[in-house]
Design a protein around this ligand. Structure first.
Ligand code: SF4
Length: 476
């Protein structure tokens, strides 16, 4: 029995996080095979909105061919006396949540990057029209966000129509993002948190500051503030900053407290401006990922839309698997494109001085924010397809990481006495209060460990352990 009698499938929070694999899907809307797709919310005057109206432009679900991918644009037009344009981004992000309440209907990502799937099972149960989806969205939005008094939904699948609005949507997203630029984290009295993605990554908490945009790139600090105001008990909430523990890494005591609570104790510390140590967690809808390339001691960036393998031979999907899940993974870091425009972008790791590779498309999008002196030192797929090519390129262009390579060799030599470079009797080479080892699905914790080795091999290669800017090579 459905939550709504006139909807052929069930609707409820239990379906959030449901994955629909390719062999289970009836059709796919948007996603990696489709260039133009979007979701957009516009706040309108009451007389411009027909409450409850659902419009379908182009083939409806029942007219689609099984197994195929289609263009999709979702336009929500909403009105209400207190509904202001600054809330558009907040309302829009809820499309993700409410679509996922529908049994057999999966929604991933955001804005220009949406990826939806309808399952065969739900299609067979009768979920064969966007009219049903629109009805569910209308009811959920109005019951969860009473600030919305009137709302209509348009689904576009006609490729030409989607294309027209897609370009307009890109301009609207850019205008929203530009608004938050210029405000500094130090000046903001509060930060905001979001746990909308916990259905997919239960320990993930986005910390949204003026200078660290949300991972999905869909919620700015202003959006966070607006959302927390209209729905303070909702998934987006206020974070009291507390004490600034480390301005370089971006550690705030208030952030640590809230993240610990919201991740049920799993994450105890967050450094906002680094991909190492205690980086901000990554859910699954980050727009891009920053990944450490040990051979050159630099960071690569790849965005979701990049279809080729990156310079280290791995595709976005593989790197994303290593990054996602609400974990803190040293050297794999989910980011939004807007964060790359921030002066705090990976600040503790060296910022742009540490970025060595990214797809041309991303470089083009953020080119005005790359320091001029570095612009031609960051390689794209056109300059380097492999790590060897990257190394040559960086050396030729004298990228700042190259200087670090030389320093590292010297540091290793200085740190290690000559006799220790040869075979030596058993001496402890590492001691620690706790050393966690993860193997075969188990976590083994060695308490008060001392590790002895018959031989200590020091390799003067690029660091195998990611380092933060200015951090010296560990002495062995
Ligand atoms: S990525 Fe972060 S801000 Fe965006 S919806 Fe998920 S939890 Fe919220």
């Amino acid at each position: 029995m459905s939550m709504f009698e006139d909807i052929p499938v069930d609707v409820g929070v239990i379906y959030e996080g449901e994955r629909i694999r390719r062999k289970q899907m009836y059709v796919e809307l948007g996603g990696p095979n489709i260039k133009e797709k979007f979701e957009l919310t516009k706040v309108k005057k009451p007389e411009e909105v027909a409450d409850g109206k659902v419009v379908v432009i182009g083939p409806d679900l029942k007219d689609m061919e099984e197994g195929k991918s289609y263009n999709l644009g979702i336009l929500i037009e909403a009105a209400g006396p207190e509904l202001e344009p600054e809330l558009e981004g907040v309302v829009e992000r809820r499309i993700h949540e409410y679509c996922n309440f529908i049994e057999g209907f999966m929604h991933l990502n955001q804005r220009y990057d949406i990826w939806l799937r309808l399952s065969k099972k739900s299609f067979e149960k009768g979920l064969n029209s966007f009219q049903y989806i629109g009805k569910v969205l209308h009811r959920l939005f109005k019951s969860e966000l009473p600030i919305i008094e009137k709302m209509q939904v348009t689904f576009m699948t006609d490729p030409e129509k989607v294309k027209d609005l897609y370009n307009e949507a890109l301009q609207i997203y850019e205008a929203r993002d530009a608004r938050a630029r210029g405000l500094k984290d130090e000046e903001a009295d509060k930060f905001y948190g979001c746990v909308l993605c916990q259905s997919f990554a239960p320990t993930h908490v986005c910390v949204i500051t003026p200078q660290r945009y949300s991972n999905c790139g869909a919620i700015s600090w202003f959006d966070g503030r607006a959302a927390a105001r209209i729905d303070p008990k909702g998934p987006i909430f206020t974070i009291e900053k507390g004490e600034l523990v480390d301005p370089d890494k971006g550690e705030y005591s208030g952030v640590n407290d809230v993240v610990k609570k919201k991740s049920l104790g799993e994450i105890t510390k967050v450094w906002l401006y680094t991909g190492f140590g205690y980086p901000h967690t990554s859910c699954g809808c980050f727009e891009g990922t920053a990944f450490y390339i040990p051979e050159v001691d630099g960071l690569g960036i790849v965005h979701r839309g990049y279809r080729d393998v990156t310079v280290n031979g791995l595709a976005f999907s593989t790197l994303a698997d290593s990054t996602a899940g609400g974990r803190q993974v040293d050297g794999f870091h989910g980011i939004s494109i807007e964060y790359m425009r921030s002066p705090k972008f990976l600040q503790a790791d060296g910022g742009w001085n540490r970025v060595v590779w990214m797809p041309k498309e991303v470089k083009e999008r953020v080119k005005d924010f790359i320091p001029t002196e570095l612009a031609d030192k960051v390689a794209t797929e056109e300059e380097a397809k492999t790590v060897d090519e990257l190394r040559t390129f960086l050396k030729e262009r004298n990228h700042p990481v190259v200087e670090q390579w030389e320093e590292e060799v010297v540091a290793v030599e200085e740190a290690v006495p000559a006799e220790a470079r040869e075979e030596s009797p058993l001496v402890p080479v590492a001691t620690a209060a706790t050393i966690p080892i993860t193997a075969g699905g188990f976590k083994i914790i060695l308490k008060d460990a001392k590790i002895y080795a018959k031989k200590v091999i020091i390799r003067s290669v690029k660091s195998e352990k990611p380092r933060r800017k200015g951090e010296k090579v560990a002495k062995k």
